[in-house]
Write a protein that binds this ligand. Structure first.
Ligand code: NAP
Length: 239
């Protein structure tokens, strides 16, 4: 479980614990991970992993070894901000974490599973993967990357006869530290409820799951909007 120290990742970790899973939990901050460990010390291994660090794959391998293998990778790490002034540090950090960090960890897990009989990779991308969103260019671009990457691996896994399955989870706006205390987001979802729906989707081995039903309708409409009309859209005037 990568990104278990906060928000959606932490809620999913709690649910998996309730359902009897043995967990390896990772993120950069150890303190919240240690708090999680107190819930079931005999069933949780903790590891500090910065997905942008070059030694992240090695740290992941250490965690997998301590847990005794991996059946499910749940990937919840990510950053995101609105960036109407295109502040370079925000754009580049988003690329580092959501694109390079994601590719680093998903790839390491895929190769491990390929040589250990298979497994299941689930990752939280976003409804922002559907279209380029003006207020968050790097965020929507990296979320599209994540969705496309999972789709490609899903096909490659099948071509190679690997027993690896994938779930791309796409929530709408969720009240977590990622959004801060900004009240202006439409159709804001509750983190616990989203976590439950994500775990159910993983259990059912869904390939792609948008959360919730209202966001399924919205993203289906977004997909149909032609480019000439999309560029005229104005939304997320929250700051
Ligand atoms: N909240 C929303 O509205 C929403 C909507 C759709 C999709 N999502 C996606 O859901 C995922 C989880 O977001 P959240 O809303 O739960 O936000 P969050 O509460 O801010 O959690 C983000 C998690 O990512 C980890 N993380 C950030 N940078 C990292 C790094 N360099 N290395 C390792 N871990 C790192 C954080 O842990 P540390 O800081 O301890 O490293 C934390 O556990 C993200 O991918 C986000 O894009 C969120």
């Amino acid at each position: 479980m990568i990104g278990a120290s906060s928000g959606l990742g932490r809620e999913v970790a709690r649910l998996l614990l309730d359902r009897g899973w043995k967990l390896g939990v990772a993120a950069r901050r150890l303190e919240p991970l240690e708090e999680l460990r107190q819930l079931a010390p005999e069933r949780i291994e903790v590891q500090s992993i910065d997905v942008t660090a070059h030694n992240a794959p090695q740290a992941l391998q250490e965690l997998i070894a301590r847990v005794g293998g991996i059946d499910l990778l749940f990937y919840a790490s990510g950053v995101g901000s609105q960036n109407m002034t295109l502040e370079p540090s925000i754009e580049l950090n988003t690329m580092e974490v959501n694109a390079l960090g994601f590719t680093r960890i998903i790839g390491e897990t895929y190769r491990y599973m390929a040589s250990h009989g298979g497994g299941h990779i689930a990752a939280i991308s976003s409804i922002a993967a559907t279209k380029g969103l003006g207020p968050a260019p790097a965020y929507s671009a990296t979320k599209a990357l994540q969705g496309t990457y999972l789709q490609a691996l899903e096909q490659q896994s099948r071509m190679r006869g690997l027993n690896i399955t994938f779930t791309d989870l796409r929530p709408g706006f969720v009240a977590t530290p990622l959004l801060g205390d900004n009240p202006g987001y439409p159709m804001l979802l509750d983190a616990k409820r989203v976590a439950r729906e994500m775990v159910n989707a993983v259990n059912r081995h869904k390939h792609l799951h948008v959360i919730d039903w209202r966001w399924r309708v919205v993203t289906a409409m977004w997909r149909r909007v032609p480019r000439w009309l999309w560029r005229r859209f104005t939304f997320l005037k929250t700051k």
